[in-house]
Design a protein. Structure first.
Length: 227
Protein backbone atom coordinates (compact mmCIF):
# COMPACT_ATOMS: atom_id res chain seq x y z
CA UNK A 1 0.00 0.00 0.00
CA UNK A 2 1.43 3.37 -1.04
CA UNK A 3 2.10 5.79 1.79
CA UNK A 4 0.20 9.11 1.38
CA UNK A 5 2.30 12.03 0.19
CA UNK A 6 3.41 14.61 2.74
CA UNK A 7 1.09 17.59 2.36
CA UNK A 8 3.01 20.84 2.74
CA UNK A 9 1.80 24.40 3.21
CA UNK A 10 4.50 26.73 1.92
CA UNK A 11 4.61 30.08 3.73
CA UNK A 12 7.12 32.44 2.13
CA UNK A 13 6.57 36.08 1.20
CA UNK A 14 9.03 36.25 -1.71
CA UNK A 15 7.29 34.88 -4.80
CA UNK A 16 10.46 33.84 -6.60
CA UNK A 17 11.76 31.94 -3.57
CA UNK A 18 8.37 30.35 -3.04
CA UNK A 19 8.27 29.21 -6.66
CA UNK A 20 11.67 27.58 -6.29
CA UNK A 21 10.63 25.75 -3.15
CA UNK A 22 7.38 24.65 -4.76
CA UNK A 23 9.12 23.25 -7.83
CA UNK A 24 11.62 21.38 -5.69
CA UNK A 25 9.05 19.88 -3.33
CA UNK A 26 6.58 18.95 -6.07
CA UNK A 27 9.34 17.15 -7.98
CA UNK A 28 9.39 14.50 -5.27
CA UNK A 29 6.86 11.62 -5.43
CA UNK A 30 6.27 11.60 -1.67
CA UNK A 31 5.76 15.36 -1.19
CA UNK A 32 3.04 17.67 -2.49
CA UNK A 33 2.59 21.41 -1.94
CA UNK A 34 -1.05 21.67 -0.89
CA UNK A 35 -1.11 25.47 -0.77
CA UNK A 36 1.02 28.60 -0.57
CA UNK A 37 0.84 31.61 1.71
CA UNK A 38 2.47 35.00 1.17
CA UNK A 39 1.68 36.37 4.66
CA UNK A 40 1.63 34.99 8.19
CA UNK A 41 -2.09 35.61 8.46
CA UNK A 42 -2.73 33.64 5.30
CA UNK A 43 -0.53 30.81 6.59
CA UNK A 44 -2.61 30.46 9.75
CA UNK A 45 -5.90 30.57 7.82
CA UNK A 46 -4.77 27.98 5.26
CA UNK A 47 -3.37 25.72 7.98
CA UNK A 48 -6.77 25.71 9.70
CA UNK A 49 -8.59 25.03 6.42
CA UNK A 50 -6.30 22.36 5.00
CA UNK A 51 -4.67 20.81 8.09
CA UNK A 52 -1.44 20.00 6.25
CA UNK A 53 1.16 17.60 7.61
CA UNK A 54 3.76 20.32 7.61
CA UNK A 55 4.05 24.08 7.32
CA UNK A 56 7.33 25.38 5.90
CA UNK A 57 7.37 28.81 7.55
CA UNK A 58 9.62 31.74 6.72
CA UNK A 59 10.35 33.42 10.04
CA UNK A 60 10.04 36.93 8.61
CA UNK A 61 6.58 37.35 7.11
CA UNK A 62 4.35 40.39 6.52
CA UNK A 63 1.12 41.06 8.48
CA UNK A 64 1.90 38.35 11.02
CA UNK A 65 5.50 37.27 11.49
CA UNK A 66 6.45 33.62 11.25
CA UNK A 67 6.96 33.44 14.99
CA UNK A 68 3.40 34.43 15.87
CA UNK A 69 1.98 32.39 12.99
CA UNK A 70 3.84 29.35 14.30
CA UNK A 71 2.51 29.96 17.80
CA UNK A 72 -1.08 30.19 16.57
CA UNK A 73 -0.77 27.03 14.50
CA UNK A 74 0.84 24.90 17.21
CA UNK A 75 -1.60 26.19 19.85
CA UNK A 76 -4.66 25.15 17.83
CA UNK A 77 -5.96 21.78 19.09
CA UNK A 78 -7.36 20.97 15.63
CA UNK A 79 -3.84 21.23 14.23
CA UNK A 80 -2.17 18.88 16.71
CA UNK A 81 -0.76 16.75 13.88
CA UNK A 82 0.50 19.72 11.86
CA UNK A 83 4.18 20.46 12.39
CA UNK A 84 6.10 23.61 11.57
CA UNK A 85 9.53 23.79 9.96
CA UNK A 86 10.94 27.30 10.30
CA UNK A 87 13.16 28.86 7.66
CA UNK A 88 15.74 31.21 9.11
CA UNK A 89 18.55 33.27 7.62
CA UNK A 90 20.92 32.87 10.55
CA UNK A 91 21.44 30.06 13.03
CA UNK A 92 20.99 32.51 15.89
CA UNK A 93 18.76 35.31 14.71
CA UNK A 94 16.66 37.22 17.20
CA UNK A 95 13.65 34.97 16.70
CA UNK A 96 15.13 31.54 17.38
CA UNK A 97 14.32 31.25 21.09
CA UNK A 98 10.85 32.63 20.47
CA UNK A 99 10.25 30.15 17.67
CA UNK A 100 11.33 27.31 19.95
CA UNK A 101 8.83 28.43 22.56
CA UNK A 102 6.20 28.85 19.86
CA UNK A 103 6.39 25.16 19.04
CA UNK A 104 8.50 24.91 15.89
CA UNK A 105 9.67 21.35 15.30
CA UNK A 106 12.73 22.29 13.30
CA UNK A 107 14.92 24.94 11.77
CA UNK A 108 16.43 25.11 8.34
CA UNK A 109 18.93 27.69 7.18
CA UNK A 110 18.07 29.48 3.96
CA UNK A 111 20.73 29.18 1.33
CA UNK A 112 21.44 25.52 2.00
CA UNK A 113 21.39 22.67 -0.48
CA UNK A 114 18.06 21.64 -2.06
CA UNK A 115 18.51 18.18 -0.57
CA UNK A 116 18.61 19.78 2.89
CA UNK A 117 15.05 21.08 2.46
CA UNK A 118 13.79 17.72 1.23
CA UNK A 119 15.44 15.88 4.11
CA UNK A 120 14.08 18.42 6.61
CA UNK A 121 10.51 18.08 5.31
CA UNK A 122 10.65 14.29 5.57
CA UNK A 123 12.28 14.35 9.01
CA UNK A 124 9.83 16.75 10.61
CA UNK A 125 6.78 15.23 8.90
CA UNK A 126 7.81 11.83 10.27
CA UNK A 127 7.50 13.18 13.79
CA UNK A 128 11.16 13.87 14.50
CA UNK A 129 12.57 17.25 15.37
CA UNK A 130 15.20 18.90 13.26
CA UNK A 131 17.68 20.72 15.40
CA UNK A 132 21.21 19.89 14.38
CA UNK A 133 23.58 19.31 17.30
CA UNK A 134 25.71 22.23 16.07
CA UNK A 135 22.70 24.55 16.27
CA UNK A 136 21.74 23.16 19.68
CA UNK A 137 25.23 23.91 20.97
CA UNK A 138 25.04 27.47 19.67
CA UNK A 139 21.68 27.94 21.37
CA UNK A 140 23.18 26.66 24.62
CA UNK A 141 26.13 29.02 24.26
CA UNK A 142 23.74 31.93 23.72
CA UNK A 143 21.71 30.84 26.74
CA UNK A 144 24.85 30.88 28.89
CA UNK A 145 26.03 34.23 27.53
CA UNK A 146 22.66 35.98 27.49
CA UNK A 147 20.16 34.11 29.68
CA UNK A 148 17.62 36.91 29.25
CA UNK A 149 17.15 35.72 25.65
CA UNK A 150 16.60 32.11 26.65
CA UNK A 151 13.34 30.35 27.51
CA UNK A 152 11.90 31.63 30.77
CA UNK A 153 12.55 29.38 33.78
CA UNK A 154 9.52 27.59 35.18
CA UNK A 155 8.80 25.65 38.34
CA UNK A 156 10.16 22.14 38.66
CA UNK A 157 8.31 19.79 36.32
CA UNK A 158 6.95 16.87 38.41
CA UNK A 159 7.25 14.52 35.44
CA UNK A 160 11.04 14.82 35.71
CA UNK A 161 10.80 12.72 38.86
CA UNK A 162 9.47 9.85 36.74
CA UNK A 163 12.73 9.59 34.82
CA UNK A 164 15.21 6.88 35.74
CA UNK A 165 18.80 7.88 36.55
CA UNK A 166 19.84 6.71 33.08
CA UNK A 167 17.06 8.77 31.47
CA UNK A 168 18.27 11.83 33.40
CA UNK A 169 21.72 11.24 31.95
CA UNK A 170 20.30 10.98 28.46
CA UNK A 171 18.20 14.13 28.89
CA UNK A 172 21.27 16.07 30.02
CA UNK A 173 23.17 14.95 26.94
CA UNK A 174 20.25 15.84 24.65
CA UNK A 175 20.18 19.31 26.16
CA UNK A 176 23.92 19.65 25.59
CA UNK A 177 23.36 19.09 21.90
CA UNK A 178 24.44 15.48 21.50
CA UNK A 179 22.89 13.32 18.79
CA UNK A 180 21.56 9.83 19.53
CA UNK A 181 24.74 8.36 18.10
CA UNK A 182 26.91 10.56 20.33
CA UNK A 183 24.77 9.70 23.36
CA UNK A 184 25.20 6.00 22.61
CA UNK A 185 28.97 6.40 22.39
CA UNK A 186 29.28 8.45 25.56
CA UNK A 187 27.11 6.12 27.65
CA UNK A 188 28.44 2.94 25.98
CA UNK A 189 24.99 1.99 24.68
CA UNK A 190 23.79 0.66 21.37
CA UNK A 191 22.26 3.32 19.08
CA UNK A 192 18.91 1.53 19.36
CA UNK A 193 19.02 1.64 23.17
CA UNK A 194 19.86 5.35 23.09
CA UNK A 195 16.94 5.98 20.74
CA UNK A 196 14.63 3.99 23.03
CA UNK A 197 15.67 6.11 26.02
CA UNK A 198 14.95 9.29 24.07
CA UNK A 199 11.51 7.97 23.06
CA UNK A 200 10.65 7.13 26.68
CA UNK A 201 11.76 10.55 27.88
CA UNK A 202 9.58 12.21 25.25
CA UNK A 203 6.62 10.14 26.41
CA UNK A 204 7.17 10.68 30.15
CA UNK A 205 7.62 14.44 29.79
CA UNK A 206 4.80 14.72 27.25
CA UNK A 207 7.18 16.58 24.98
CA UNK A 208 6.41 17.18 21.33
CA UNK A 209 9.94 16.55 20.13
CA UNK A 210 13.63 16.80 20.92
CA UNK A 211 13.57 20.59 20.72
CA UNK A 212 11.00 20.74 23.49
CA UNK A 213 13.22 18.49 25.60
CA UNK A 214 16.06 21.01 25.26
CA UNK A 215 13.74 23.81 26.40
CA UNK A 216 12.41 21.78 29.35
CA UNK A 217 15.96 20.95 30.39
CA UNK A 218 16.91 24.64 30.36
CA UNK A 219 13.77 25.74 32.15
CA UNK A 220 14.17 23.16 34.91
CA UNK A 221 17.86 23.58 35.53
CA UNK A 222 18.77 20.13 34.20
CA UNK A 223 21.74 21.64 32.38
CA UNK A 224 24.19 23.76 34.37
CA UNK A 225 24.61 27.11 32.61
CA UNK A 226 27.97 27.98 34.07
CA UNK A 227 31.08 27.33 32.02
Amino acid sequence: MTKPAIRVLLAEDQAIVRAGFRALLNSEPDIVVAAEAATGTEAVQLAKELRPDLVVMDIRMPELDGLEATRQITADPTLSTTRVLVLTTFELDEYVFGALRAGASGFLLKGGEPTDLLAAVRTVAAGDSLLAPSVTRKLIAAYVAEPEQAPDPIQHLPALDQLTPREHEVLTLIARGLSNHEIAEQLHLSPLTAKTHVSRILMKLNARDRIQLVILAFQNGVVPTAH
